[in-house]
Each structure stands twice: as structure tokens, then as C-alpha cells.
Design a binder for this molecule. Sequence first.
Ligand code: IPM
Ligand code: MN
Length: 355
Amino acid sequence: MELKIIKLSGDGIGPEVINESVKVCEAISKKFNHKIIWNEGIVGADAIDKVGNPYPDETHNKCLNSDAVLFGAVGDPKFDKDPSLKIRPEQGLLSMRKKLGLYANIRPTFTFKELIDMSPLKRKIIEGTDIIFVRELTSGIYFGERGRSNDRNSAFDTCYYKKEEIERLAKVGFDLSMKRSKKLCCIDKANVLESSRLWRETIQKMESKYPEVSTTYEFVDAVAMRLIQNPSEYDVLITSNLFGDILTDEASVISGSIGLMPSASIGEKTSVYEPIHGSYPEAKGKNIANPVATILSCSMMFRDFGLIEESKLIDYSVRESIKNGKLTKDLSHENFVTTSELGDWIVKNIYDFKF
Ligand code: IPM
Ligand code: MN
């Protein structure tokens, strides 16, 4: 297969984790006889510094011409100090999501046997956790009308959803649960919010198309609690943009390090694969970042192309490296390996694997 992939490395540790992922994708294509045609584009603070726009048209057009986007991270502390700044790196991510129509953000949370004790949560609570969030990504309060009063002393943000937006997101959730344990939890705040009542109403109407799926509805505050009390209770969880943002950060704690969790954002035009961690500016250029989240995002990418064996080999090679104690600094204070060493180990595991 020939694949056109664009790298958007962005800021902070983005370039380092993307580099390791490219090594892994190249190893996979050699092993399975694929050809990847790489392109690259600028995004985030890097793009603001270079051209004054965190998601320039040129980058957007390159994404449109790619089969997939491999995304690092955006964000730079120099923009965080002044809330009045008009142009910010995060806007690059948000406009990419909107312009590419990346409506469904798939964020799995799982544990590695060897790393269970790295989690601040008790082993008996998190053992066997394997859940997937499907977060709506192009609407809701992130993109609704917002503003300030003339005296600037009051402000508002609007959570706005259309039925069609909920339906297409819910379809991803239902389809995913059909491939898994057929359990779908819909998270909302329907006891208070009208937009949540529309979510519930819309999804309830879809239930008859998926008679095998057992669908439950829970309030977001309750899920925030139960997620860390008994994560194994859940399988596929679907929710709106803001609730999904908050809950997926919470869920990442289960795995032991946010540096481990991948994501895929399914789009109308192309799809984006990215680690769920941010730009981690303190670690920039130090070769200490954990590349696993980005490498596992590549595994999700191959899976979405229907290349299941390729995806499995990446997962296996990552697991093998963890099993052999090859851990970056976030998971091991002594005897840690560097970002590039871990990338090399994973690549070696790919080449060493005998079919
Ligand atoms: C995420 C991030 C983004 C979000 C920020 C950087 C805009 O936190 O991808 O979860 O809030 O969606
Ligand atoms: Mn977030």
C-alpha cells in the first residue's frame, strides 16, 4: 500500500516524539512492503513564530492532500502568561479540527501489566481496564458563540449542538461497541442542560438500530467519580467536547502516565493521529519524553487503514519494550532510556519479530 502521511510536529516535545514514530512507521513499511510518502507542515507556536498563523492555509492544504496526519503537540508557555493575546498556539489545533471536520476523537485508556503500580490508583481497581472514549470534537462549547459585555465584566460561552452532530458521533460509538463488548455509556448532564437533553433524546432514538448494544446514560459528575472507583464497569463511552476533554485527562491517570495514551480523530476529509499529552515544554530538546503515546497513535492509524497485522506488530513491539524494562523518565527515575533509545528498541522489536 502507498500512504501519504503528513507530519505536523508542532511545539515542545512534538518533534522528538514524531521522529520516533516516523522510525517505527518506516520499520513497519519495510517489514510489510508498504511505501510511505512523507510530507510536513507547520502548526502551533512554531507556525505563529514563522508566519503569524497557528494553522496556515498551506498546512491545511497539505493535510487535505494526505491520507493521514501525524500530529505532535502544540503550546508554548510564552503564550500562557497573557490571557489577552489574540493569537494562541491552541487555536491551531482547534481550527485544524474544525476545518478537517474531525468530529470523533477516539481516546482509549488501558493499562500495561508491568506498569500497573505506576498508577496512583490501587492495582485491584485498575487491573484489566480497557475503555474507549469517543469525544465529540468539532462542536459544543468549544465552538459556540462566546463574548464579553461592553464593560468587560461579564462573559459567556455557548454549548450548541445539532441533532446531526450528535447522530454521527453516536454512530461511531455504537459501531465501536458492536466490535467490542456491546456496552455503550452516554455521558451528559441532562438533569440541567438542554443540549444534554437533546443528546439523550437523539441517542435514545438510535437505540433500536442497535438492539444488541446495551446503552446506558449517566451524568458526567457521576462518571467522573465512578471512572476511578471502578473503571472496568465501562467499555465504550461517548460524550460532548468539553466533558470528553476533562474525563479523558482524568482517565489517563489510570494508565500510569499520560505519555502512554494515543488518540485518533476521525474526520470528514482525513484523520489525525496524536498523543493525548501536550507539548511538555520543560522536557523540550532533552530527549526524555515518552514516545509511546505517539507510536501507539500510529498503530491506530494502521488499524484504520485496515492494516491490522501492522497495527498489532506495533502494539506487540511497544509491549515487549515495556516488558524488558525499557522505560523513559516519566516511568523510571533510575535506569531510564532516552526518547530515541526507546524508539530504537521498538524498531528493533519490529525487525526481530518472526511471522
Ligand atoms: C486536548 C487539549 C485541547 C483541548 C487544547 C490544547 C485546546 O486539551 O486535545 O484535549 O482542549 O481539546
Ligand atoms: Mn485536553
